[in-house]
Design a protein around this ligand. Structure first.
Ligand code: G6P
Length: 607
């Protein structure tokens, strides 16, 4: 949720750090800073607020061919100039940028204070800077190692020393650190987004590793000084994939990316001969597939809602119990881990700490866990027993859109694969494959209605509250729709199973609270129409999300959004799309900061 960047090489570091921070700003955006080493001295610039404020504060000419930078999402201490990273040791020699949390910060702070250290910030990171400066050891690497031996918690760090202006030392424990390999220059970042402009050759550090970068390359050791050979991998995404491509916001771009993204998720995975899905990365043989008695899906935020929709899909196609749970709830309730349950962790970034910890919880209890992950080489992708990559392309906007949709498509592929290994008939498999192949066109059709959705959004953007309801697969559609609206427009929105309306929320329905109703043409349609009537009877405005062709809905709704029908279990894929556009246009009408909504961050790597 914070971003780290570092550079060492023949070029001037400042512009590289700033453009890297720009790419990382989506990870956190309440303050930013850089530290450059020039003529054996540190030059540190930090500003509360968005990166543009830091840019405005930088001198025109800024020397230094080695430096580190950071963009922050506050955990310890409010956003302020003083709390922004990099943090510097009392003697002015060491600068540190850090993602993660020092758990024994209070104890270390007290100890340093009794030794006479005066703190200038409220952050846990400043402690690391003082510890490195005061540690024993001839090299910066040794001093970093000595400091980290005292630290309990999670970190991805980059450290520079004004007295050793030929190296950057980086280390990882629970927070990503990726080294970018250039020609006579080296980069480091917490996210490949900041590296791809310069290089696609990267090395991912593992927990407990330290690396020293200089213009000649890097070398890696463990905390206990064992050398480690690391081989580079090539980043899947190109620099251009991170551009907004003419759209006003990343969110709109990513909404419109969806037909192509879904086609990529499906590409090469549909088997028309055996009517199943090829999923090479699952690492499950047919016998193991038969042993699966239950599926448990884990994720946070929109990934959890994708899990809820996926659970419906899996249970109805595979005919085994499937359920979803927020990853943090799961990991903290001492869950029973069963050998015949297949656990599936869903995460766009692959770095969400609660999901990562849930994966570790399952694995250390002997369970088998798969990942549905977008970022190749991310922490979750590297921890799981197998998985399905989304191939959605980079998602930059904080509100998840294409990753939500592509994770659902991955879960549909998993359901097809599991189902065909069990009781799903070839005919059912064939129908599902046909329906999956029609998804990109279905999404295109939903996108083509943008101006209609914009008009509906303008009508309702002034609402102070909204309800979203649905039954069966319609309920996760409602949950994710409400999530999108509150995240970016700040309109209060609540989702309910339509059947629950009369058990409480109906008390709130009235002329100024619109209700979005998911009305897929499935076996529950009549019952859903009855819920629509309950809202109308209380003069509640109704926005019906449905398919063309049922004459009963037109006369009963204040606004109608129609998308092409699909197989019942796949309806959440296409039906989610108009609700993304509706939320986007509500937020636009209200003048919100759509890509970087208040209080949120793209990937939450601290608890
Ligand atoms: C944050 C984001 C959400 C996202 C969730 C899970 O809260 O703001 O949009 O759904 O994290 O992220 P993940 O990367 O694990 O899918």
């Amino acid at each position: 949720m914070c971003g780290i960047i570092g550079y060492i090489g023949p070029r001037s570091a400042a512009p590289i750090l700033i453009s890297g921070l720009k790419r990382l700003e989506y990870r956190g955006y309440d303050s930013a800073g850089v530290a450059l080493v020039s003529r054996r001295a540190l030059r540190v610039y930090k500003k509360e607020g968005k990166l543009a404020k830091l840019q405005a504060a930088l001198p025109k000419r800024l020397g230094g061919k080695i430096g580190i930078g950071h963009t922050r999402w506050a955990t310890h201490g409010a956003p302020s100039d003083a709390n922004a990273h990099p943090h510097v040791s009392a003697d002015g020699s060491i600068a540190v940028v850090h993602n993660g949390i020092v758990e024994n910060a209070t104890e270390l702070r007290e100890r340093l204070a009794t030794e006479g250290v005066t703190f200038v910030s409220e952050t846990d990171t400043e402690i690391i800077a003082h510890l490195v400066a005061r540690a024993d050891g001839e090299s910066l690497e040794q001093r970093v190692r000595g400091a980290l031996a005292l630290v309990r918690g999670t970190y991805g760090i980059a450290v520079v020393d004004a007295r050793a202006p030929d190296r950057i030392v980086v280390a990882r424990n629970g927070s990503p650190v990726i080294i970018g390999l250039g020609e006579h220059e080296m980069f480091v970042a917490s996210d490949v987004a900041a590296l791809v402009r310069h290089t696609r050759q990267v090395v991912h550090l593992d927990d407990g590793e330290i690396a020293v970068l200089d213009t000649g390359g890097f070398h890696t050791t463990t905390m206990d000084e064992r050398p480690i050979a690391k081989s580079p991998s090539t980043v899947e995404w190109e620099d251009g994939a991170y551009e907004r491509g003419g759209h006003a916001h990343y969110m709109r771009k990513e909404i419109f990316d969806q037909p192509e993204a879904v086609a990529r998720t499906l590409s090469g995975r549909l088997d028309h001969h055996f009517h199943t899905a090829h999923l090479g990365g699952l690492n499950l043989d047919p016998r193991e597939l038969l042993d699966v008695k239950r599926v448990k899906l884990l994720g946070c935020g929109s990934a959890y809602y994708a899990g809820l929709a996926g659970a419906h899909l899996i249970e109805s196609l595979v005919r085994i119990p499937a359920s979803a749970e927020p990853a943090a709830e799961f990991r903290y309730r001492n869950p029973v881990i069963e050998r015949d349950t297949l656990y599936v962790a869903i995460s766009q970034s692959g770095e969400t700490i609660d999901t990562l910890m849930a994966v570790q919880e399952v694995r250390q209890s002997g369970g088998r866990v798969l990942g549905v992950v977008n970022v190749v080489g991310s922490s979750i992708a590297r921890e799981v027993d197998g998985g399905i990559y989304m191939h959605a392309g980079p998602e930059v906007s904080v509100a998840s859109t294409k990753a939500y949709t592509c994770s659902l498509v991955c879960l549909a592929l998993l359901a097809l694969h599991l189902g065909r290994a069990r009781d799903l008939s070839p005919e059912q498999g064939r129908r599902l494959i046909d329906a999956m192949e029609r998804l990109p066109a279905g999404i295109e059709a939903a996108l083509a209605a943008e101006s209609h959705l914009e008009a509906i959004a303008r009508r309702y953007a002034d609402s102070r509250s909204a309800f979203y309801i649905g039954r069966g697969p319609g309920f996760p559609i409602a949950l994710e729709g409400a999530q999108k609206l509150k995240e970016i427009s700040y309109i209060h929105a609540e989702a309910y199973p339509a059947s629950e309306l009369k058990h409480g929320p109906l008390a709130l329905i009235g002329p100024d609270i619109p209700t979005v109703i998911a009305l897929p043409h499935d076996a529950l349609l009549d019952k859903s129409i009855a819920s629509l009537e309950e809202v109308r009877a209380r003069s509640g405005p109704v926005i019906a999300l449905t398919h063309p062709g049922d004459g009963r809905i037109a006369g009963r709704a204040d606004a109608i959004i129609e998308v092409p029908p699909s197989e019942d279990v796949l309806n959440p894929v296409v039906m989610g799309v108009p609700l993304q556009l509706f939320a986007y246009h509500c937020a636009l009408a209200l003048g919100r900061d759509i890509d970087q909504p208040r209080n949120l961050a793209k990937s939450v790597t601290v608890e």
